[in-house]
Design a protein around this ligand. Structure first.
Ligand code: CA
Length: 535
């Protein structure tokens, strides 16, 4: 197949800056490589400074103390007079204080109901609990980090010796983590890591097959991790007769069990149990299901000032398509939506949803406060280099991933989503922790936008990565799945890229296409959110 030609002509684009709202007094420079001082825009504005790509230029003179507006939101106050055409970088801005969590608009916006999007389907694995997987994976749950080495050893042997016999199973994944012992397990917040691990084991991509490797003496005992009633009923083979009601039995390999003499005995046990699950998983087949069975988690990482102009608005457009198709979409990242809380509470479908959102924000404010920081601790050196001056600007660009749909539900960290529509899943913005918590929430697809570039991937669920800039998409042509940079150059519209993502999601969920992270097997670790003390 011939190589796709690299579109170098977009590099010589005439000077272009993009503002997000007519009332903004700054815009960002779109051209690859930035623009030099003296450059004249079609509007007549002349650059006073050299401005790097994705950084802000003042459209008018801004006096000292004056508001600097982007997305028609005050992203800062000028620390000195800024002349029109100047580079507006973070050292020129004083950040506004966070919005109080009182007196917020509650469920005030009633968006026009959008026509349902019908007829879209994908090929997925229907599970006994009704959920649908996009992949067919054997996951091995672990109660504690102590067993990670033994489990990984066994998984390598399962992959080489057993998996070839079960061609309908995509992969075997050890759910390794750092929790399980040496922790204050009765602290109220310990519920977060515990339910996260439990709900990850129940992710739709694992077919309801739960097998656990335990050490024996750890704090997080198997019954505490997966209490009776939480284990899916697969068939009569894992059912114990308990009077009139059937109840599933947890499949546990305990390394300290007296029966184990020597390391190989432990490995053999894990392999023997794994084969039972592999047999059942191997019998599963994809079937045509409506697009409403998609459960998509969106997040961003390595953001730049283009994130909020190209990739995130395209994801937002796609979010609205998914909601219209009856699917579930989750957006997250508390510190990146905190500054837009009024936009979110006003979009809540009911006062209860808005109150739940405020509760999650207040909890997180207190959590940050305990560490003597606030939401501004979020931004990275790369964000600033990419033109994002502060968390307010970053948040405004992040929040657009949620589109314009009404917000119909809120879940706390580690909880499983149980409804359709647009859901706010409260998680830290940390890429690895957000991804881990969205896995627990039950995603079968993950969408990740990036401007600076990150090779992020998950072993459990396909990750579709979206580049905010054509320059990144060109350089990382075999890591980025979608190029939203074409929006900045005018080659494509937000709607074009939004639809492209929607169709790609159906293809990836069906297994017809693999993401680049899947192709290269780029898998980041599960990272649990544990706000409770360790001991
Ligand atoms: Ca993130």
């Amino acid at each position: 197949m011939p190589e796709v030609p690299v579109m170098t002509e977009t590099l010589s684009l005439s000077p272009l800056c993009i503002s997000m709202d007519d009332r903004d007094n700054v815009a960002i420079v779109a051209n690859d490589g930035g623009l030099s001082a003296g450059t004249v825009f079609p509007s007549g504005l002349t650059l006073v400074d050299k401005v790097p790509q994705a950084h802000k230029v003042a459209l008018v003179d801004i006096p000292e103390g004056g508001e600097v507006r982007r997305y028609n939101v005050v992203i800062g106050y000028a620390l000195k007079d800024i002349a029109a055409g100047s580079w507006v970088h973070e050292r020129l801005l004083k950040m506004p204080a966070a919005r109080e969590l009182t007196g917020l608009p509650i469920a005030t916006v009633k968006p026009e109901p959008q026509p349902p999007l019908e007829g879209y389907t994908f090929e997925g694995y229907r599970n006994p609990d009704g959920s649908v997987g996009s992949r067919n994976i054997l996951a091995i749950t672990q109660t504690v980090q102590c067993v990670a080495g033994v489990t990984e050893f066994a998984v390598q042997r399962i992959k080489s010796e057993l998996l070839p016999k079960y061609p309908h199973v995509d992969d075997v994944v050890a759910l390794e983590h750092g929790y399980g012992c040496g922790v204050a397990i009765d602290a109220p917040d310990a519920i977060i890591p515990i339910r996260t691990l439990r709900n990850i084991s129940l992710n739709p991509n694992f077919g309801g097959e739960v097998m656990v490797v335990s050490l024996g003496c750890e704090k997080l005992q198997p019954e505490r991790l997966m209490p009776p009633g939480t284990i899916p009923l697969i068939d009569e083979r894992n059912v114990a007769d308990v009077g009139d009601s059937a109840e599933s039995q947890l499949d546990v390999v305990c390394l300290q069990d007296d029966a184990h003499v020597g390391f190989m005995s432990m490995v053999d046990s894990i392999m023997r149990q794994a084969e039972e699950h592999l047999e059942r998983l191997n019998a599963r087949r994809r079937e045509t299901v409506p697009a409403s069975e998609l459960v998509v988690g969106v997040q961003c990482g390595g953001s730049d000032a283009f994130s909020g102009v190209t990739a995130n608005p395209a994801v937002g457009f796609c979010t609205d398509l998914l909601v219209r198709a009856g699917a579930t979409v989750m957006f997250s990242e508390v510190t990146e939506v905190r500054d837009g809380i009024d936009q979110l509470t006003s979009r809540a479908t009911t006062p209860e949803v808005a109150e739940a959102m405020i509760r999650e924000m207040a909890w997180y404010d207190a959590y940050l406060d305990k560490g003597r920081v606030d939401r501004s601790a979020n931004t990275t050196p790369g964000n600033k280099k990419g033109g994002l001056s502060n968390i307010v600007e970053k948040a405004m660009g992040s929040i657009v991933k949620s589109g314009k749909s009404p917000i119909s539900g809120v879940i706390a960290p580690g909880e499983k989503v149980r409804q359709k529509g647009l859901i706010y899943a409260a998680t830290p913005a940390s890429d690895f922790i957000c991804g881990t918590l969205q896995l627990a929430a039950g995603i079968n697809l993950h969408v990740f936008t990036t401007g600076r570039g990150t090779p992020y991937g998950l072993a459990e669920v396909p990750v579709i990565k979206v580049a905010t800039r054509s320059d990144l998409a060109r350089r990382w042509h075999d890591l980025m799945d979608v190029n939203a940079g074409t929006i900045a150059t005018g080659e494509k519209t937000i709607a074009d890229v939004g639809w492209e993502m929607f169709h790609l999601m159906l293809d990836v969920a069906s297994g017809r296409k693999k993401t680049w992270a899947e192709h290269w097997k780029l898998h980041n670790a599960l990272v649990l959110f544990n706000p409770a003390p360790v001991t």
